[in-house]
Design a protein. Structure first.
Length: 223
């Protein structure tokens, strides 16, 4: 099991070209704190203050975890009280297995290079300022780096340009805001797009559908 705290640059390679099944669970620590309280240490290892880690699971642990994941995925297609109960049961199993694995093998925590740390900090900075103007020059000045070097460093670790990464993250934020019920105009203005038409074109190019259609579809799911 691989644990990747927020904003850590990571890549997965299957060098042996073997077929395998991968489960991905994304934990939003802010959401957990909202539900459980800011003082909760539940899944503490998923916070940005911790290092990435690899936990070796036993065959029986993998079987238990996989059974719970498959049950959740097959049973709950829409939000419900039972879905939340099963979800937290799954998180509880996951948490106990990870804590046991980390205690058994503290060396499972992985160190990262200085260049990786720099990129992690850049990504964190971008994500905190998505509603503000962001340019390569501005980011380079913030981190006291040459902009050409910054661009090469970022692409080396993420395989994406800074501009493309900002676009992806702004679309993700726009989708969340639209699903929460904000109007297309409100989202356009908050994200700093110069006009409704430009935001409309940008959103549709990145997602394949218009922002108004996305809002309508996802608002129905919430209702």
């Amino acid at each position: 099991m691989i644990i990747i705290p927020p904003h850590y640059v990571h890549q997965l390679f299957n060098r042996k070209l073997t077929v395998y099944e991968r489960y991905i669970i994304t934990i939003n620590s802010n959401w957990l704190h909202t539900v459980l309280g800011a003082d909760s240490e539940f899944m503490y290892y998923a916070s940005s203050a911790n290092l990435p880690a690899i936990v070796q699971l036993s065959v029986s642990d993998v079987s238990i975890l996989r059974e719970q994941m498959d049950h959740y995925l097959q049973t709950h297609s829409t939000p419900s009280l039972f879905a939340y109960a099963d979800f937290f049961s799954l998180l509880g199993t996951l948490d106990s297995q990870i804590i046991h694995g980390l205690r058994k093998n503290p060396a499972g925590k992985r160190s990262i290079s200085q260049s990786q740390k720099n990129v992690n900090e850049i990504i964190s900075f971008i994500n905190r300022h998505l509603t503000e103007p962001l340019t390569l020059d501005l980011i380079a000045a913030e981190f006291h780096l040459n902009k050409d070097y910054l661009g090469r460093l970022f692409k080396e670790h993420t395989h994406a340009t800074i501009g493309h990464y900002i676009c992806i993250q702004r679309v993700n934020l726009a989708q969340s805001m639209l699903a929460e019920g904000q109007t297309v105009t409100q989202v356009q203005e908050r994200l700093g797009f110069s006009s409704y038409a430009y935001f409309f074109k940008f959103f549709k190019k990145m997602t394949g559908i218009s922002p108004s259609h996305y809002r309508k579809t996802n608002m129905k799911l919430i209702e």
